[in-house]
Design a protein around this ligand. Structure first.
Ligand code: GRF
Length: 214
């Protein structure tokens, strides 16, 4: 039985596309039940429609409070019978009420090796800092900014000829590899939270990290 996942987006939706493509491969245990965007005319919504997935625009401005917005998000997700929520470039912080409605069921992808460089423009922060390795992280969402327990990380080198854009592209390509992998394990029920960390009952031969050769 395939598990329904709701994907929350705000932008170009390349990670959404990676999840859509993964879900279309035989045997993948999840399908995307609905895509909700906090912004109106974004490519992510076009990608959802092109894949035949319900595409919904819901902005906080349509609601009186953050709580009301998050309640509306939850209702919409429930209407589509999803069991997990994947944030993919969703530019809003989610509060207590939302997270309590989806306990340990919300994943996020962040374009840095957390806990380094949380928050906005992680790739730019890493580039400015002069790190030699960066990457991406899939983690469970908690109330902090990019602070939740880590599922999978992918590392990429920072090359001497890089600028912020080329680094961002290399990290993005890694994001597209690790998000479908992490989502698969999540919906297969392989995660076990032990305090700050997550144990994963890994399928044979798989790892919780990817290292990209230079
Ligand atoms: C990605 O870099 C993701 O890690 C970050 O926002 C960006 C979204 O890109 N949270 P896209 O919309 O998936 O192309």
């Amino acid at each position: 039985m395939s598990v329904g996942v709701g994907v929350l987006v705000s932008g170009s939706g390349t990670n959404l596309q990676a999840l859509i493509d993964a879900a279309a491969t035989p045997g993948y245990p999840a399908h995307i039940g609905v895509v909700i965007s906090s912004r109106r005319d974004v490519q992510a919504l076009d990608r959802a429609r092109a894949a035949g997935i319900p595409a919904v625009w819901m902005t906080p401005r349509q609601h009186d409070s953050r709580q009301a917005y998050e309640q509306a998000l939850t209702s919409e997700l429930q209407r589509h019978s999803v069991e997990w929520v994947a944030l993919a470039g969703f530019m809003r912080l989610l509060g207590k009420d939302f997270l309590e409605a989806w306990p340990e069921r919300v994943l996020n992808i962040h374009p840095a090796l957390l806990p380094a460089f949380p928050g906005l423009d992680a790739q730019g922060q890493a580039f400015e800092h002069g790190v030699r390795i960066s990457g991406a992280t899939v983690h469970l969402v908690d109330e902090g900014t990019d602070t939740g327990p880590i599922l999978v990380q992918g590392a990429v080198p920072v090359l001497p000829e890089d600028d912020r854009d080329s680094l961002q592209q290399r990290i993005l390509a890694m994001e597209h590899k690790i998000y479908p992998k992490a989502l698969r394990w999540a919906v297969e029920g392989r995660l076990r939270r032990t305090g700050r960390t997550i144990e994963i009952d890994l399928p044979e031969g798989e790892q919780t990290w990817i290292m990209e050769p230079a």
